[in-house]
Write a protein that binds this ligand. Structure first.
Ligand code: NAD
Length: 410
């Protein structure tokens, strides 16, 4: 099998989440890693002795053996690193959010086009199998027209260890920037992609975190379909509790959340050490990303999505989708949904591989990512200005996307 040689830029928590997926793919050769923290590079080298290590993204981009990069550096560097990679002829997967402003996102799109490389805006929960199955069911038209979309997420994002940039909105921090792309990507995927406008509010009510940990947004598609998305990252109620199989799937137990909150209030939490513990080789990396990597869906960071159609409500189930329709409530398992989370996280890599190696369409390209970023920015702008924001950079879901995914009734 032809291998695609990949280098990772920014080997942090997001990187630690995706490395096991890379390891598990025959078509991926992890040949390099770049990070500015020497300990992280040492740990990366210990795990991947064949791979080169670099203290700067530029040095990695100059490595002739690297064909593609996975950019999981902090948000403020996404544009700089992606453009640098494109200039060196590397294909790119960039973590969400694609950039911190639209001008940067446009420069990334233009650089990819100019240098003829693939740019994939990735790693959102819109790539999960239940969401993709929902999209195909909606697009099939067999339950009538899509009438409304509603997504609610209750997470502990604000309680997880954070670096200073994650708590600075100017650098792409906070729930709307960091978690917004999961729901916006999903809403856009399910509703066809073309949002018309957004009216939103953000919320910030935790003294120890001067950054929005909440948003609620009302969106309207070009065809008039309404959608709402809500994310509450304050960690009191956790969405995983909504399903019987979810309680032990949350990032923290209830007791851990109480302890974290108490430590933050007392000002005695060592977040830098806690965060390093979930990065590569850290004491908690294993139970976070590698050990009991679950397969079942739970309403975590992206939340519970419900699509209402003429003759059914459709939502995620443990291994697929529930269709609440004229035949009653049916639970359809979707092939692939029982695979471990590690395997399911390959989706972006598989899309990149198919595009670079087999010349297939890249569905989640830079313009798709830019449209999602535009909506996330509009959530914040609408909250600031207390008005509806019109969108101008939306793109539709490309014809033929996910043709290989089998859905009930096929
Ligand atoms: N899709 C997901 O589910 C998911 C999950 C976690 C993080 N992420 C994304 O990953 C990115 C990083 O977030 P994180 O939580 O992993 O933070 P992090 O701090 O753990 O990771 C960032 C890494 O980049 C390194 N770095 C910083 N500046 C650099 C530079 N100039 N060049 C090279 N490396 C540099 C840091 O040392 C660190 O190891 C963000 O874009 C975030 O949205 C995505």
């Amino acid at each position: 099998m032809r291998k695609l040689a990949i280098g990772m830029i920014g080997i942090g928590v997001g990187g630690a989440e995706i490395l096991p997926a890379m390891e598990s793919m025959d078509g991926i050769d992890l040949v390099a890693g770049a990070d500015i923290v020497p300990t992280t590079l040492e740990r990366f080298a210990a795990r991947y002795p064949e791979a080169k290590t670099y203290l700067s993204a530029k040095d990695l981009c100059e490595d002739k053996n690297v064909e593609a990069v996975w950019i999981s550096s902090p948000n403020r560097f996404h544009a700089e690193h992606a453009i640098m990679a494109a200039e060196h002829g590397k294909h790119i997967v960039v973590e969400k959010p694609m950039a911190t402003n639209l001008a940067d996102a446009m420069r990334m799109v233009e650089a990819a086009e100019k240098y003829g490389v693939k740019l994939l805006a990735g790693h959102t929960r819109a790539f999960t199998i239940p969401v993709r199955a929902m999209r195909k069911l909606i697009a099939s038209g067999r339950h009538g027209q899509l009438r409304a979309l509603n997504i609610w997420a209750y997470s502990d994002w604000m309680l997880r260890p954070r670096t200073p940039d994650e708590l600075d909105i100017a650098q792409g921090g906070g729930v709307p920037f960091r978690q917004g792309p999961h729901q916006v990507d999903t809403v856009r995927l399910l509703g066809g992609g073309l949002l018309r406008s957004i009216r939103a509010q953000t919320g910030q009510w935790m003294k120890e975190r001067a950054i929005p940990g909440y948003y609620s947004a009302f969106m309207e598609f070009e065809n008039g379909t309404p959608a709402t998305i809500v994310h509450n990252g304050y960690g009191y109620f956790i969405g995983a509790e909504l399903v019987p199989w979810g309680e032990d799937k949350a990032v923290y137990t209830t007791q851990e959340r109480l302890a974290i909150r108490a430590a933050m209030r007392a000002g005695v939490r060592d977040e830098a050490a806690e965060k390093q513990a979930i990065r590569i080789g850290g004491a908690r990396e294993e139970d976070y990303f590698r050990g009991g990597a679950r397969s079942s869906w739970v309403p975590e960071d992206m939340g519970l999505a419900i699509a209402s159609l003429d003759r059914a409500d459709i939502r995620q189930s443990r291994y697929g989708v529930y269709v609440h329709g004229d035949a009653g409530k049916q639970d359809f398992e979707i092939p692939g949904a029982r695979e471990t989370a590690i395997v399911q996280r390959r989706a972006e890599l598989e899309e990149l591989y198919a595009s670079v190696i087999s010349g297939q369409t890249l569905w989640h390209d830079g313009r798709w990512g830019m449209a999602t970023l535009e909506a996330c920015l509009a959530i914040m702008q609408s909250a600031r200005e207390r008005r509806e924001i019109m969108l101008h950079h939306q793109v539709s879901v490309a014809e033929g996307y996910d043709a290989g995914l089998a859905i009930p009734g096929d």
